[in-house]
Design a protein around this ligand. Structure first.
Ligand SMILES: C[S@@+](CC[C@H](N)C(=O)[O-])C[C@H]1O[C@@H](n2cnc3c(N)ncnc32)[C@H](O)[C@@H]1O
Length: 285
């Protein structure tokens, strides 16, 4: 008679209870959830895009395309924002889009669901109906490391916009951006680690990783890896103008009374030599 392997999981022959091994946090954590908690702020993005589109164009944007959408959290934020808002998310990774459908799209109501479309496509090749706004966030557009390729991508975005459409993106820099270093940020239940693993001053190529550490000592190493060219703001402005945009605006962050960044980004024509800054950019068709 064979012994059933599933029986007596916790008691051995002696009848003594064996300890079941507690799963390590790194084995059960969801890296997409941790990513969103660490680096995304879709309420800020919504407010920023909505307010600045209305300020520049004097009307409300309704159709938004999110390139490099990942989990498409922003698409969902957009369609929840107003009953007439529609969103198209573009990402070539089937796995992250499936995650989005299961975790974000599934929690929208039936009407909201009909107003989001996710396309598993390359942002350089996708064709969409003319949109009011295109959003390319978290520096993803920097994967186009050859200037000509970036110009051609931005030109295709200009073509994909309605006549008074606007592209919004973000950028980062400062002298710390060129350093090979690690920065840790504590969150409830985990630590987010941003690693600038390498930077090549000749090509401008940089490699970065996101790791997550947990208080039981377990880690998700290299949860995400990015390879980019670190473009400077004057380069980005020139490239957007070369791609055919008529007006490019940089939005610089202000300071609060404790000399901390205040989360408010205003149009600016000069900034400070901050060690590490992020900013927003708009490019008008
Ligand atoms: C840094 S995540 C951005 C996620 C999210 N939009 C955000 O703001 O945090 C980059 C995403 O871009 C996607 N991606 C990279 N290159 C792409 C391409 N050429 N076409 C479509 N998606 C691409 C990756 O699959 C990944 O999900």
């Amino acid at each position: 008679m064979s012994i059933k392997k599933t029986q007596h999981k916790t008691s051995g022959i002696s009848g003594k209870k064996q300890k079941t091994k507690k799963p390590r946090k790194a084995d059960t954590a969801d890296k997409h959830k941790l990513y969103e908690k660490s680096v995304q702020s879709t309420d800020f993005e919504y407010e920023f895009v909505d307010t600045n589109f209305r300020r520049i164009r004097g009307r409300t944007a309704t159709l938004m395309r999110e390139d490099f959408c990942g989990t498409a959290q922003m698409c969902c934020e957009w369609v929840r924002g107003r009953p007439e808002n529609r969103a198209v998310g573009v990402d070539f990774d089937a796995e992250v889009l499936a995650w989005s459908r299961e975790h974000h799209i599934a929690s929208l109501d039936d009407k909201q669901k009909t107003r989001v479309t996710l396309l598993q496509e390359d942002v350089r090749k996708v064709r969409t109906e003319p949109v009011d706004v295109i959003l390319a966030m978290n520096f993803s557009w920097q994967i186009f490391e050859v200037r000509k390729e970036l110009i051609s991508y931005f030109a295709s975005l200009r073509d994909a916009l309605v006549d008074d459409g606007i592209l919004f993106l973000d950028a980062f820099g400062g002298y710390e951006a060129y350093q090979e270093m690690e920065e840790k940020t504590r969150h409830k239940g985990f630590t987010y680690v941003w690693e600038q693993a390498s930077y090549d001053p000749i090509t401008g190529h940089m490699k970065c990783h996101i790791h997550f550490n947990f208080n039981d000592g377990s880690k998700i190493k290299k949860a995400f890896t990015y390879e980019w060219r670190l473009y400077s703001l004057p380069e980005i402005k020139e490239i957007l103008l070369e791609a055919g945009f008529s007006q490019v605006t940089v939005y610089w962050q202000g300071w609060d009374e404790d000399d901390e960044p205040n989360g408010i980004f205003e149009p600016a024509t000069s900034g400070e030599a901050d060690p590490g800054w992020i900013c927003m950019v708009s490019a008008e068709k």
